[in-house]
Ligand binder design. Structure first.
Ligand code: TRP
Length: 334
């Protein structure tokens, strides 16, 4: 069985963008791969070091979200990054293998720095050492578990490339020790927001969360952006620029063809179309909400799952650490 390692930052609940863009895939993959899912609290702290409460609170919420979409703790190990000190150790060794200019050229890091500057002005100019170095730490995340396949959204590809470079450099200096991971992209690597923005994101305020209650989901669907040229109920419209149609498609409405045809012919009002989507969406969310409720009422089960997953993950990371130290000749007393 090949090994999958993937990670997610605990900074809030999962939304549909996460689900369809990446996380939903993990449910299928966990059956065919040895699976490690990292709750990347250390990485989340690179952006939130002054607000640890937000990160800590999200660890449990995120774990509940993962369990409620069908991540099975008997198949996948869900673990907490900060409880695996080997990752931090590897990060230190790998930091010698990366230049600062290479980190600054990483497209994902570049985009993030740019948006920090836009958001925080002057303050956004001060990029920390930890933030700039998080791709190195992410390479440690992946290689600590001998991850071969990394299922991620497309924004993560530059980080994966950086990881592969570190692996190659390590192997060429110290001898073949680490595995070069491959990305696994989902069918829809990027999900649009309800406002029509190319990306659904928490900071963009255009997300439907898996933990949203029925009323919130209703409000969000009713506010979805539709074809602006459709004014009267029987005006024909263009489904290709309508978010309601986009979401019908995304959640797999079996009447999709009818939705499309009626929309184009002006035989379907937007409100009715949104109501149909709402019903489908609530159907989709119902089993997820039931599981969320269960785990919220049994927090001790969540703790147990995290402890067990972390224990297994740590065993694997310790093995890797041994190999790495041996390759680097710093296995002093062995
Ligand atoms: N950087 C990823 C994100 O922001 C999260 C992450 C941390 C990750 N460690 C990882 C993803 C290792 C893949 C592999 O979503």
């Amino acid at each position: 069985m090949k090994t999958i390692l993937t990670g997610i930052r605990p900074t809030g609940h999962l939304h549909l963008g996460h689900y369809f863009g990446a996380v939903g895939n993990w449910v299928k993959l966990q059956t065919d791969y040895e699976t490690y899912i990292e709750i990347a609290d250390v990485q989340a702290l690179t952006d939130n070091f002054d607000n640890p409460d937000k990160v800590v609170k999200s660890v449990k919420n995120l774990t509940i979200d993962l369990l409620s979409i069908g991540i099975d703790p008997n198949k996948a190990n869900i673990f907490i990054q900060s409880l695996i000190p080997e990752i931090a150790e590897l990060t230190v060794f790998y930091s010698n293998l990366v230049t600062i200019s290479r980190l600054e050229r990483n497209p994902t890091v570049k985009t993030e720095i740019k948006s920090k500057k836009e958001l925080f002005g002057e303050k956004g100019e001060s990029i920390t050492y930890g933030f700039l170095g998080y791709p190195v730490s992410q390479a440690a995340d992946i290689t600590a578990f001998k991850g071969e396949v990394v299922p991620v959204g497309d924004d993560q590809l530059p980080l994966l490339e950086q990881c592969r470079e570190i692996v190659r450099k390590f192997n060429s200096i110290y001898g073949k020790t680490l595995l070069e991971p491959e990305a696994y992209l989902s069918k829809f690597p990027r999900i649009k927001g309800i406002d029509g923005n190319e990306k659904m994101g928490k900071s963009l305020g255009n997300a439907i969360y898996l933990a949203d209650d029925d009323e919130e989901v209703r409000k969000k669907i009713m506010s979805m952006v539709t074809d602006p040229n459709k004014i009267k109920i029987d005006d024909p419209a263009n489904p290709d620029i309508c978010m309601t149609y986009y979401y019908h498609k995304l959640i797999g409405n079996e009447n999709l063809k009818t939705v499309c045809e009626e929309c184009k012919l002006g035989k379907r009002g937007c409100v009715a179309c949104k109501k149909e989507l709402l019903n489908k969406m609530l159907e989709f969310l119902k089993p997820i909400h039931e599981k969320q409720r269960y785990y919220n009422e049994h927090p001790e089960k969540v703790d147990e799952i995290l402890k067990e997953g972390t224990k297994k993950a740590r065993e694997k990371a310790k093995e890797t650490m041994k190999d790495v130290k041996k390759a680097m000749r710093i296995n002093y007393f062995e």
